[in-house]
Write a protein that binds this ligand. Structure first.
Ligand code: HEM
Length: 421
């Protein structure tokens, strides 16, 4: 039951509220996915919290609100630490999906303290800026080779032939996934993450469950092998911690490895590709970057602000909150619109323009609060290196054809990006 405090407006009763549909917020429409920004701007200009009956979510789109709510402990990524599905008024997943959801529920991103703190601490040292700095020479070696190989193709898909291969190789190497097995990783991630889309179809759910099952079985075998014969990588390290039994269970280990691989693939690949597509659409900005590679660090952050690969994240209301006179009770779900917040003119001057030297740039694409992206330093290092190598070695890189967007909003990315060296 939604309670609202009346808005104090003159005249007869509260003003009629626009519906998200009227504003053009339609995450299932190809036109919206191709360019969600006009609709997101209308959403941001509307009420600070707008109920969407199609998803049973409250849409929050202003920067100040999204930023504050990400840090608000009255909200959670999950409610499982405080209530059962039945108590929360939600059905249990169907039997054939139960193992799949259990695995996802064990991941740190879907845990709250104290389990979140324990799981994050176990892997955090592998992703600190200092550890990532030590990885830079190796990332550069991989990126340089990939850029040279792509350049030799003449005309190629910037995603499949280059941008996808770097984050997949780096995270797979960090975890210790054998080279021969790596081709399965991105398809597994791609399929598994289909369930994060809004109201996924039964087909997508079934595909996700199958991928999750295969991914889990593969990693469980590999983790057991690494426990018997450690090879000095992150998976071996975690397998040994799990063996001790007190800080990490084997299921949590498998869930963590899947999370790192999924997160390391989807957002990074889409983020890099969306950024290059934005540059191709803004030739003056691309020329500026080509003329001054020192702009790369701020340009990367600006490109991630301008067209984030992860435009929306959800939160459960664990304790009633109030936003702009609207009370949202416990049990409701918020949809935090990162892409709208990233273009909020109250925070960003020339919000709809690419300003490559923007500083400060309080964009929210890596989140905020306790779930702030663990992989942010790694993703930024990968972007920094591969963008520089592309700018140096492919100085005339150009788009060959307009790309198509995947029919996905939550992990928003292109099907392919055909370019000519
Ligand atoms: C451009 C690339 C990336 C973007 C835009 C991105 C974005 C995000 C965001 C927004 C969150 C927080 C979600 C929330 O608060 O609900 C997050 C969490 C996370 N990300 Fe990333 N990510 C990227 C790359 C990576 C990489 C490369 C890795 C790992 C190798 C990674 C690992 C994680 C993990 C483990 C979490 C969960 C952290 C926690 O719950 O404490 N991400 N990411």
């Amino acid at each position: 039951m939604i309670e609202r405090t009346p808005l104090s407006t003159p005249g007869d009763g509260p003003p009629a509220e626009p519906s998200p549909v009227d504003l053009g917020y339609d995450p299932w429409s190809p036109a919206f996915v191709a360019d969600p920004y006009p609709a997101l701007a209308r959403l941001r200009d509307g009420p600070r919290a707008l109920y969407d009956e199609r998803t049973d979510q409250w849409l929050i789109s202003r920067h100040a609100d999204v930023n504050a709510l990400l840090r608000d402990r009255r909200l959670g990524r999950t409610y499982h630490h405080v209530a059962t599905n039945a108590e929360w008024g939600k059905p249990d997943p169907p039997a054939e999906e139960a193992a799949f959801w259990r695995l996802l529920d064990l991941q740190m991103i879907d845990q709250e303290p104290p389990d979140h703190t324990r799981l994050r601490r176990l892997v955090s040292t592998a992703f600190t800026p200092r550890t990532v700095d030590r990885l830079r020479p190796r990332i550069d070696e991989i990126a340089s080779r990939l850029v040279d190989e792509a350049a030799a193709l003449g005309e190629f898909d910037l995603i499949a032939d280059l941008l996808e291969l770097l984050p997949v190789s780096v995270i797979a190497e960090l975890l210790g996934i054998p080279v021969a097995d790596r081709a399965s990783l991105r398809p597994w991630s791609g399929d598994m993450t289909l369930v994060f889309e809004l109201n996924p179809s039964p087909d997508d759910r079934a595909r996700a469950v199958r991928a999750g099952h295969d991914f889990e079985a593969y990693l469980r075998d590999l983790a057991r092998e690494r426990r018997r014969h450690p090879t000095g990588d992150l998976l071996s390290e975690l397998a040994l911690v799990a063996e001790a039994g007190d800080r990490l269970t084997e299921d949590e280990l498998v869930g963590t490895a899947i999370l790192l691989l999924n997160a390391g693939h989807e957002a990074s690949v889409n983020g890099a590709a969306n950024s290059w597509y934005a540059l191709f659409r803004h030739p003056a900005a691309l020329a500026e970057l080509r003329a001054d590679h020192d702009l790369v660090p701020t340009a990367i952050e600006e490109l991630l602000r301008f067209d984030t690969p992860a435009p929306m994240f959800e939160r459960w209301v664990l304790e009633e909150i109030e936003i702009g006179g609207i009370r949202i009770p416990r049990g409701q779900e918020l949809a935090l619109q990162f892409a709208a917040a990233n273009r909020d003119p109250a925070v960003f001057a020339r919000a709809d323009e690419l300003v490559l030297d923007r500083d400060p740039n309080p964009y929210l694409s890596f989140g905020a609060g306790i779930h702030y992206c663990l992989g942010a330093p790694l993703a930024k290092a990968e972007f920094d290196i591969v963008f520089r190598r592309i700018l140096e070695r492919l100085p005339r890189l150009e788009l060959v054809e307009e790309p198509a967007w995947k029919p996905r909003f939550i992990l928003r990315g292109l099907e392919s990006l055909r370019v000519r060296a």
